[in-house]
Structures are given as C-alpha cells and as structure tokens.
Design a binder for this molecule. Structure first.
Ligand code: KE4
Length: 430
C-alpha cells in the first residue's frame, strides 16, 4: 500500500507534537513502522491520506460501536452545534444522559460527567480516599486506567508497549500508596489486604481487562474481590471505560452479575466525543463537591455537543438491544474463522474472547494475567499486524490491546478479514 502522504505527515507532525501523536499507542512503536494518518471514516471503514481503505478494528479504541459517522449521532451533533459548543452552565442534556445511565444501571444513583476515562478513574480514586479516609489503592498489573499518577504502576495498554509500565515522573510518595496485585490471583489480594489492614481505600480493576489483550476472570476471582471489599470497607471500583455499554447495555456488571461500589465509564458514552464519567451509590457520590468535600471540576464537563452525541448513541443502544447479540455473533464468526486457520500454520497461538472483545496472542501459554500476556508480545505479532495492515485490515497496533468490533462490520468484511488473516498467517510460516 502506498503511504507516502502518511510518511510525510508523520515527519511534519513530529516537529510539533511529541512523537508526532497525541496519544502514544497510535505511534506504532511496539509494532514498528510509521503510523497511518486517517482522513475520514464511515461505517466499518477508515480511509487514510493516501486513499487506502481499511476495515477498522480499532473503532477509535471503543466508542464507534455502531461504526463511524453513525447517522443519528452525526445529525444530533450537527443540530446541536448551531446553539453554541459550550455554555459553562448546567443543561437539560446532562440530566437526560445521567438519568438514562442511572435508570439503566441498578447500583448507580448518581453520575458525574468528566472529559476522559483518565479523569473518571482519577476522580473515583480521590472520592474513595475522601469517603473512607484511607490512602492506599490496589490495582492490578497490566490493567490500564488512564494516565493518572496513581495508575502508572505496571500499567497496560500504551504504557507497557513503550516499555515503561511504571512511568518516570510518578513520585515515590504517590507510588507508595499504590499496591500491585496480579489479575486472577485472589490469594495475592488477600495477602495485600492483610498486610495493609485498615489502610486501603479502594481496589480498582478492569473487570474484564482489555489492556493486556482480553483477559477472562477465572471462577470465583471477581466474586472473591467483592467479598473482600465488602468485609474490609474497601471501595470496589469497576473501571468500565472499555466494557461499559459494550459488553451489553449494563456492561460487565450485568454480564458478570457483580455490583461494584463505583463504576467508571468512557468511550461509548461519548460516541467519539470526549466524555468520561464516574458513578455509584448516592451515599458515596454525594461526597463530591459541591455537596461534599471531595473536589473535582471541569470547564467542559457535560459539554452539550458531547452530551447529545452520547445520549443519542446510548438511547439507540438501549432501544436496540439486539445490537449486542449481533455484535457478539460477528466476533464469534471471527473467533471460529481464526481457530480454523491457526492450527494449520504451526504457529503458537491462543485466543481470548468475551462478547465482542477478542485478542489473538502468539503464545501457547494460557493468557490469564500480565506476565502471560507478555509472552505474546513478539515478532509474530508485529508480522501479523503489518501483514493485515498491508491487506487493508487495521488492527490495534499492540499485543496488549483487544480488537474493537463495530456493528457496521458486514459478513463480507468479516470474510475479507479472515482471508487476509489466512494469507498473513501462512506468510509468517514460510
Ligand atoms: P482515556 O483517558 O484514554 O479516555 O481513558 C483511559 C482508560 C481508562 N480505563 C480503561 C479500561 C481504558 O481502556 C482506558 C483507555 N484505553 C486505551 C486503549 N486501550 C486508550 C487508547 C489510548 O491511550 O490512546
């Protein structure tokens, strides 16, 4: 594929933007090569600056669950933007989106809108510390909760692909309050709690991680965390920035039948506009300013354009629940197709999937936590990524990400994806 325009744009971008990108994972550092500059997108397709078309499995890292430029969202934004882009004052739209979320998620009575998943998780942690009067937080190696200082300790997603899962710039003072556990290791959490009894404010987790690729919770793990947090007065925070409104309208809480104390959202709830949110029981959430002492604010929080985009998409998803089973079906077809191809290649592989979240790991180990996920971050992955890209299939450029499917993917798109996979995988063994 010709990509001279992307190469030239990347060169220029690098003169003005650190690494030429506004988010590190977009820079292709972990797969090599220069990033592709996208001009436009529609439905399941993205078009780059050289006119190449890609079937898109990034979906803007999750928000584009109904595909790009989803007509109802486009129309809602075009209509609303005529009334100004921001007021800095409360609007009815914020009530409508918050009410939709509160009425749809059983353990959510209040929602605070922010502008990113990072703001949502940072705020949820601060709230848990303020509400409990305790300082420490348990996080899990490989889980990514955005770039808040407390979380950049063995983080996943873009942090790990750059080889700095624990970022410079995070002070020792901050890091000492972040306790690290391994996903799927309940006894390890128990030991941490016993060693820090009475000091832990919160435990934050991606209930079904997507930032180590997709990882599945083993029997009893999440239920055990819920029990520990209940018994120890630890706020259980489900980071559903990725899984919220993607695994089903009720997200991982509904899929797993487990209720957290606080939940964070992002991605889908903004429909591609900058929106994050944290939410939970009234007694906890009322501790947030202006009613409570825990401060959190944002000039553009609840922005009317972002709200109308998110509200339009969420209302559509609520009114069309069949979207989720259809999305899962599309992912199952890809899963089955890959399972038919891979054994004949002689490559090491394992596939993890939950609903429409799927990841292919080039390892013969069971991928159940951060370390085992790392065994699949190898040259096989790089070759697979570039082989697929050259064949017009745009996958997440990191072995630590999950594929994001959109409902706009057609059967023919999926067959084209599997054909490209067959060619690529066989080319990797010759
Ligand atoms: P943002 O601040 O990027 O909106 O959200 C941070 C975040 C929080 N929690 C979870 C579970 C997340 O997956 C994310 C962000 N996801 C990554 C992709 N895996 C964002 C991509 C990027 O960093 O550019």
């Amino acid at each position: 594929m010709k990509n001279t325009n992307s190469q030239s744009l990347f060169k220029t971008a690098s003169q003005y933007i650190p690494g030429g990108v506004n988010s590190p994972v977009r820079a292709f550092k972990s797969v090599g090569g220069d990033p592709i500059f996208i001009k436009k997108a529609k439905g399941a397709y993205m078009y780059d600056e050289d006119g190449n078309r890609y079937i898109d499995y990034i979906a803007s890292w999750g928000p584009m669950i109904m595909g790009h430029a989803f007509e109802p969202v486009v129309q809602a934004i075009q209509e609303k933007v005529k009334d100004s882009t921001s007021f800095g004052a409360p609007t009815e739209l914020e009530i409508q989106l918050a009410q939709l979320i509160c009425e749809s998620i059983p353990n959510v009575d209040r929602v605070r809108m922010v502008n990113s998943g990072t703001e949502a998780t940072m705020s949820a942690i601060r709230l848990a510390r303020g509400f409990t009067g305790k300082d420490k937080v348990i996080k899990f190696a490989g889980c990514y909760h955005g770039h808040g200082d407390s979380f950049l300790i063995k983080a996943g997603s873009g942090a790990v692909t750059l080889g700095h899962p624990s970022s410079p710039g995070v002070t020792k003072g901050t890091a000492k309050d972040t306790l690290l556990a391994e996903y799927n290791d309940l006894s390890g959490v128990q030991q941490l709690v016993e060693a820090n009894r009475g000091e832990i404010a919160a435990l934050i987790i991606e209930p079904i991680p997507g930032n180590m690729g997709c990882i599945l919770p083993e029997e009893g793990f999440l239920e055990g965390l819920r029990e520990i947090c209940t018994n120890e007065n630890i706020i259980l925070i489900f980071d559903e920035v990725m899984t919220g409104f993607r695994l089903g309208f009720g997200g991982a809480q509904e899929t797993l039948g487990i209720e957290a104390d606080l939940v964070t959202y992002g991605k889908v709830i903004g429909a591609g506009m900058p929106v994050g949110a944290y939410a939970g029981r009234a007694d906890i959430m009322e501790f947030v300013a202006p009613n409570g002492p825990v401060y959190q604010a944002g000039t553009l929080s609840g922005n009317p354009i972002a709200m109308v985009a998110g509200l339009t998409l969420l209302q559509f998803l609520k009114d069309n629940p069949q979207v989720y089973s259809e999305l899962d079906g599309k992912c199952q077809t890809i899963h089955n197709g890959l399972e038919n191809i891979l054994p004949e290649t002689g490559l090491p592989w394992t596939i993890n999937r939950k609903g429409s979240m799927i990841s292919l790991h080039f390892t013969d180990q069971k991928v159940r936590d951060f370390d085992s996920a790392g065994t699949g971050a190898n040259d096989y992955f790089k070759k697979f990524f570039h082989g697929m890209l050259q064949r017009g299939i745009y996958l997440p450029p990191s072995a630590y990400e999950s594929w994001f499917l959109s409902h706009a993917l057609s059967d023919s798109d999926i067959q084209q994806t599997l054909e490209a996979a067959r060619e690529t995988l066989h080319s990797m063994t010759t």
